[in-house]
Design a protein around this ligand. Structure first.
Ligand code: IVH
Length: 683
C-alpha cells in the first residue's frame, strides 16, 4: 500500500469514529469518550488533511460544525450560521494564531478580549419588538432545534428587553448548569439508583432538549451571552467589549470575568491565572476564548471552514492522571443496586488525592475493557466524582483480570452469587444494566434508606448522620425510617447507651418533630422509591394529594401524569404492593407525618390563562363547540397561532400556515385524542 492509500484508510476510519462520537455527543447527549480523546481524533484528521489535501471531502467532520438537529422540536434555520472555534492546545498555538492574525490585518498590535470558554450548550435567541420570539440550539450550525418553550424557563434569559434594544436582533450565548446544581442533581440520581450524569454540559444539553418544558424548568440552568448574532435598526458598537456592555444594559447576563487585553502576553497570563483557579469557579470552563476586539477586523478576517479567524479557543488540559486500578469493589446502594467502583493506587490529580473512582456498571466496564490490575487513565469530571476513562492497554503485563460482577460476588459456600453485605440473592431486571440485591431487609440497603430519609432534600433531619443512623439500627432503636418518630419515647435510653449529650439528643428530637411538617414532595422523595427523586416527586404532587392517593393509584392513572412513563409507574405500584412499605405508610400516618397538597388549579378554572387555536376538522364536535368547551374551562381561543398560544389542536386537513407557525414558535401541537383527554382530565 502506498502512503496515500494508508492515509486514505485512516482518514475513512477517523470519519467513521468522529461521526459516531459527534452523534453520541450532540444528538444523544451521551458521549462515550472524553472531550480530550475526541479532540485528539479531530487533530489527527486535521493533520492528515493538511498533509494530503486531496483527501478533504465536503462531508469530512472537519468541515462540519456539529451533528444534525432532531426533528421532534421543529427545525429552524439560522439567518447567519453559528460557527465553531479553532483550538489552541499550547502557548505556541496561541502565539501562532496571534502572528497570523496580525499579518492578515497588517497591524502589529490589536486589542483582544479574553473570556472563559463555558462548557455548556450554544443557543441563539431572537428578539422582535422587545420580546423573545425564538430560541434555538446550534444544531449543525446552519439549522438548529426550536427550543423556545424550554429556554423560556431559564430565569436569566429575559423574556423581554428594554426599550433601547434594537427592534429585531439575535443574541448568542452559552446555557450552562452551575456546579452546585450539577452536584445536587447527581446526589439525587445516586440516591435513586440512576446512572450518574458525566458532567454539567451533558445535563445542560439534555435539559434544554427535554420534550417537556417542566423538566427543564426544574433544572437550575443559567446563561452567559457572548455575542450579538445580527441586529436590525441600530448602529452596532465598534468593539466586542462595547457590544457586551451594551447587551448587559439591555438586560442580558454577561460574564463578569471577561477582560480586555492589549497584548498576546496579557492573554496568555489571563489563561495561566484561570488555569490554576478554574476549580474555584461556580461553573465549568474548558478553556479561554481570545477574541479580536474591533468588530471591523472580524469582517476583514472572515472565516475558514467552520471557524472564524477572529477568535481562538485556548483549551485547558483535562484534569487527568494515570494510576493502577488495584481492584474493583462493590457497594450496595439504597435501592439495592450493586455499584462497582475502582479502588486505585492513590494518585494526585489537579491537586486532589484520588483513591477511588466511579465505574458506573458492568456493561460500561466491559465496553471500555477495564481490567483489575490495569493502568488506567482517570479524569475528574464534573469536579466531584472522578471517573475511569479507560485502560492504558500498552502497559498490560498479562496479569490483569477481566471483570465479571457475578464472579466477583460469587459465594462459594452458598454456591451462588450473593450480596456482599447480606448474602441475599442477586437479580438483574431484563431491561436494566444494574444488578440488585433482592433482599429488601439487607442491612446496607436499610441503612442507606434511613440515611436518605433524613437527608437534606428529603425530611431534612439535622443531626442524624451516618454514624448515628448505623447505631440506631444496630442497637434496635429503629427498624425502618418511620420508627424515627417513636424515638421520643426512648430519649433516656438513647442518652444512656450512646453517651450522647442531653442537648444533642434534644436537638435531634426537635429536628424530628419539625420534619413532621415537611411537604408532600419531601416525603415522597424520602420514601426512596426506585427512580423517584425530588424532581419526579414534584410532578407527582401536582396530581396526587397525599400518600394514600398515590399508594392507591393504578399504573394507568400514574401514566396520565405528563413525563411519567411505564417504568416509573411500575416502580411506584410495586413499592406500595410490598407489605413492609405499606407498614411504613401506616406508621407515618399514626405519627402524624401526613402532609397534604392541594392540586393547584390556577385562577379557579383548569384552563385559565391558556390560549388555544383549533385547526382542521374534529371528529367529535364542530370547531365552535370545541371553542365553547375550552372557554367553559377558563381557556381562551384565537384564530391564529401567536407567541401566547399554549396548544394548537390539530384536526384533519389542518391549515398549513398554522402548523408551520406553531413549528416556528415551538408551540405544542396536540391531536384530537390528546385534546379530548385534556378536556376530560380537567372536567
Ligand atoms: S464565541 C464564532 N465565546 O464554544 C464562534 N463561544 O467551539 C463564536 N463557547 O459553540 C463563539 N464559551 O458555544 C464564544 N465565551 C465564549 C464561549 C463560546 C463557550 C462555545 C460556543 C461555541 C463553541 C465553539
Amino acid at each position: 500500500m502506498s502512503d496515500l492509500e494508508i492515509a486514505q484508510n485512516r482518514v475513512e476510519e477517523l470519519h467513521r469514529q468522529l461521526n459516531h462520537h459527534a452523534y453520541r455527543y450532540y444528538v444523544l447527549d451521551s458521549p462515550e469518550i472524553s472531550d480530550a480523546e475526541y479532540d485528539a481524533l479531530m487533530q489527527e484528521l486535521q493533520r492528515l488533511e493538511a498533509q494530503y489535501p486531496q483527501l478533504v471531502t465536503p462531508d469530512s467532520p472537519t468541515q462540519r460544525v456539529g451533528a444534525a438537529p432532531v426533528e421532534a422540536f421543529g427545525v429552524v434555520e439560522h439567518r447567519l450560521p453559528l460557527l465553531s472555534l479553532g483550538n489552541a492546545f499550547n502557548t505556541e498555538d496561541l502565539y501562532n494564531w496571534y502572528t497570523r492574525t496580525s499579518r492578515l490585518l497588517g497591524v502589529r498590535q490589536f486589542d483582544m478580549v479574553c473570556e472563559h470558554k463555558m462548557d455548556g450548550l450554544a443557543v441563539a435567541l431572537i428578539y422582535e419588538n422587545g420580546q423573545l420570539t425564538r430560541g434555538a440550539t446550534r444544531g449543525d450550525g446552519i439549522r438548529g432545534e426550536n427550543i423556545t418553550q424550554n429556554l423560556k424557563t431559564i430565569r436569566s434569559i429575559p423574556l423581554s428587553v428594554t426599550k433601547d434594544a434594537p427592534p429585531a436582533f439575535e443574541v448568542r450565548g452559552e446555557v450552562y448548569l452551575p456546579r452546585a446544581g450539577f452536584r445536587k442533581l447527581n446526589r439525587e440520581r445516586e440516591e435513586e439508583g440512576l446512572p450518574l450524569f458525566a458532567n454539567p454540559r451533558n445535563v445542560a444539553a439534555g435539559s434544554v432538549r427535554q420534550l417537556d418544558p417542566r423538566i427543564t424548568a426544574k433544572r437550575p440552568l443559567d446563561i452567559y451571552v457572548y455575542m450579538l448574532g445580527w441586529a436590525e435598526g441600530i448602529t452596532v458598537p465598534d468593539t466586542h467589549m462595547e457590544t457586551m456592555e451594551y447587551l448587559k444594559t439591555i438586560g442580558f447576563k454577561t460574564n463578569p470575568n471577561n477582560r480586555q487585553v492589549k497584548s498576546i502576553e496579557e492573554a496568555e497570563s489571563y489563561y495561566q491565572s484561570w488555569l490554576h483557579q478554574r476549580e474555584t469557579l461556580p461553573y465549568e470552563a474548558d478553556g479561554v476564548v481570545v477574541k479580536v476586539d474591533l468588530l471591523e477586523y472580524h469582517n476583514r478576517l472572515g472565516d475558514v471552514g467552520r471557524e472564524p479567524r477572529w477568535a481562538i479557543a485556548y483549551k485547558f488540559p483535562a484534569i487527568q492522571g494515570t494510576t493502577r486500578l488495584k481492584e474493583i469493589g462493590i457497594n450496595v446502594g439504597r435501592t439495592g443496586t450493586l455499584n462497582p467502583y475502582a479502588i486505585l493506587e492513590p494518585v494526585q490529580v489537579g491537586g486532589v488525592t484520588i483513591k477511588q473512582a466511579a465505574l458506573h456498571n458492568e456493561d460500561d466496564i466491559r465496553r471500555k475493557d477495564i481490567r483489575e490490575g490495569d493502568w488506567v487513565l482517570i479524569q475528574r469530571a464534573g469536579d466531584v466524582i472522578p471517573e475511569v476513562v479507560g485502560p492504558i492497554v500498552s502497559r498490560r503485563t498479562g496479569e490483569e483480570k477481566e471483570f465479571s460482577l457475578i464472579a466477583k460476588v460469587f459465594d462459594k459456600e452458598k454456591g451462588r452469587p450473593a450480596c456482599p453485605e447480606c448474602g441475599g440473592e442477586i437479580i438483574k431486571p431484563e431491561d436494566e444494566v444494574m444488578y440488585y440485591c433482592s433482599n429488601a431487609a439487607c442491612p446496607a440497603q436499610v441503612q442507606e434508606r434511613l440515611q436518605h430519609f433524613v437527608s437534606r432534600g428529603a425530611m431534612d433531619i439535622r443531626g442524624l448522620g451516618e454514624q448515628l443512623c448505623a447505631m440506631l439500627l444496630r442497637e434496635g432503636f429503629v427498624r425502618d425510617a418511620a420508627d424515627i418518630y417513636t424515638l421520643k419515647d426512648k430519649r433516656d435510653s438513647l442518652i444512656q447507651i450512646e453517651k450522647l449529650g442531653e442537648k444533642s439528643v434534644d436537638n435531634i428530637m426537635n429536628a424530628i418533630e419539625k420534619s413532621k411538617s415537611a411537604s408532600l414532595v419531601r416525603l415522597i422523595n424520602a420514601l426512596g422509591i426506585r427512580h423517584i427523586g425530588e424532581e419526579t416527586a414534584g410532578l407527582l404532587t401536582e396530581n396526587f394529594t397525599d400518600l394514600d392517593d398515590l399508594a392507591t393509584a393504578t399504573e394507568e392513572k400514574l401514566m396520565n401524569v405528563p413525563s411519567i412513563g411505564p417504568k416509573i409507574a411500575e416502580s411506584i405500584t410495586a413499592f406500595f404492593r410490598q407489605e413492609d412499605n405499606r407498614n411504613i405508610v401506616e406508621k407515618l400516618r399514626k405519627a402524624g407525618v401526613w402532609p397534604r397538597q392541594e392540586i393547584k388549579k390556577a385562577g379557579g378554572l383548569p384552563l385559565t390563562g391558556m390560549e388555544f387555536v383549533v385547526t382542521g376538522t374534529l371528529k367529535s364536535f364542530s370547531r365552535d363547540v370545541a371553542h365553547q368547551r375550552i372557554k367553559a374551562l377558563g381557556g381562551t381561543t384565537k384564530d391564529n397561532v401567536t407567541r401566547n398560544t399554549i396548544y394548537l389542536v390539530v384536526g384533519e386537513d389542518p391549515g398549513e400556515n398554522k402548523v408551520n407557525r406553531a413549528l416556528t414558535l415551538g408551540t405544542k401541537r396536540i391531536n384530537e385524542e390528546q385534546f379530548l383527554a385534556l378536556l376530560e382530565k380537567k372536567d
